[in-house]
Ligand binder design. Structure first.
Ligand SMILES: NC(=O)c1ccc[n+]([C@@H]2O[C@H](COP(=O)([O-])OP(=O)(O)OC[C@H]3O[C@@H](n4cnc5c(N)ncnc54)[C@H](OP(=O)(O)O)[C@@H]3O)[C@@H](O)[C@H]2O)c1
Length: 235
């Protein structure tokens, strides 16, 4: 919630509920108050809880920018989404499906049901299935990198795109493009994303909500469960 505003036109008002993504040079802490640029914030509708609001910016914007801004996704295309049950992967899977794409998800065997529930039409268990058996795809969204990223470059059809969020891919598609990017805040995209959550088209993927006292343990879980961890700084 906005407690104070600086100078200039922000399009926001004191007392307004907001959500957003701080610039990376302000990254890496939990706080009750934070000074941040108004352009990084969007209004959070009254019927959306703050925990849901907190779960959307990084994974939602990354998915949106990777698919539509960098990936130039077209309806009818096929998309291979690595880590489809994860925080970013689950958003990519849903937004690609909403964009009219045919989605193939990947991950570990335990992730299969979750990935299919988020809208993947097929699932590749990266430990037990052969990734190359899927044939060619138009877009690969890579959240894993390394050998998986390298092998994925060979699956890209002519004119297709390899989108990585884990640094430059070690291999490039023979007849396509490879792009890697770091997510940035965007008020218009945040508003598009939260509207899809409000009308039920998009589901958030929260695995754990913890208090500030529980934060250290929450960020170091004994067993891996994919999805977002939310820390409630105020009870
Ligand atoms: N460039 C950017 O702007 C940007 C933005 C957001 C995130 N990222 C990066 O993207 C990556 C994913 O982020 P996230 O928040 O989506 O993480 P996450 O919730 O942990 O999702 C990753 C998913 O991929 C699965 N996975 C990882 N390695 C795998 C492997 N070798 N085989 C099978 N499944 C595998 C994970 O399963 P397990 O949990 O079982 O390992 C998990 O389900 C992180 O490295 C993060 O730093 C970059």
């Amino acid at each position: 919630m906005i407690t104070a505003l600086g100078y200039g036109t922000t399009g926001l008002s004191v007392g307004q509920r907001v959500f957003g993504l701080a610039d990376w040079y302000r990254d890496g802490t939990l706080a009750e108050y934070v000074a941040m640029e108004a352009r990084n914030l969007a209004p959070l509708p009254g019927d959306v809880d703050f925990t849901v609001g907190a779960s959307l910016p990084i994974s939602g914007l990354t998915a949106w920018q990777g698919l539509f801004q960098h990936g130039r996704l077209q309806a009818g295309q096929s998309v291979l989404v690595h880590g489809a049950a994860g925080a970013v992967g689950s958003m990519v899977t849903q937004l690609a499906r909403l964009g009219g794409a045919y989605v193939i998800g990947t991950g570990r065997s335990a992730d299969r049901q979750k990935a299919l529930e988020f809208g993947a039409r097929e699932f590749v268990d990266l430990e037990n299935d052969v990734l190359e058996d899927i044939g060619g795809v138009d877009l690969v969204f890579d959240v894993i990198g390394g050998d998986i990223g390298k092998r994925s470059a060979r699956l890209i059809r002519a004119g297709g795109m390899l989108v990585s969020i884990v640094g430059p891919s070690e291999a490039r598609p023979a007849d396509g493009l490879a792009v890697d990017f770091v997510v940035e805040s965007d008020r218009a995209q945040l508003s598009e994303i939260v509207q899809r959550v409000r009308d039920g088209r998009l589901r958030t993927n929260i695995r754990n909500i913890a208090t500030l006292d529980e934060a250290v343990a929450a960020f170091n879980p004994t067993k891996r469960i994919s999805g977002k961890t939310i820390i409630r700084v105020r009870p």
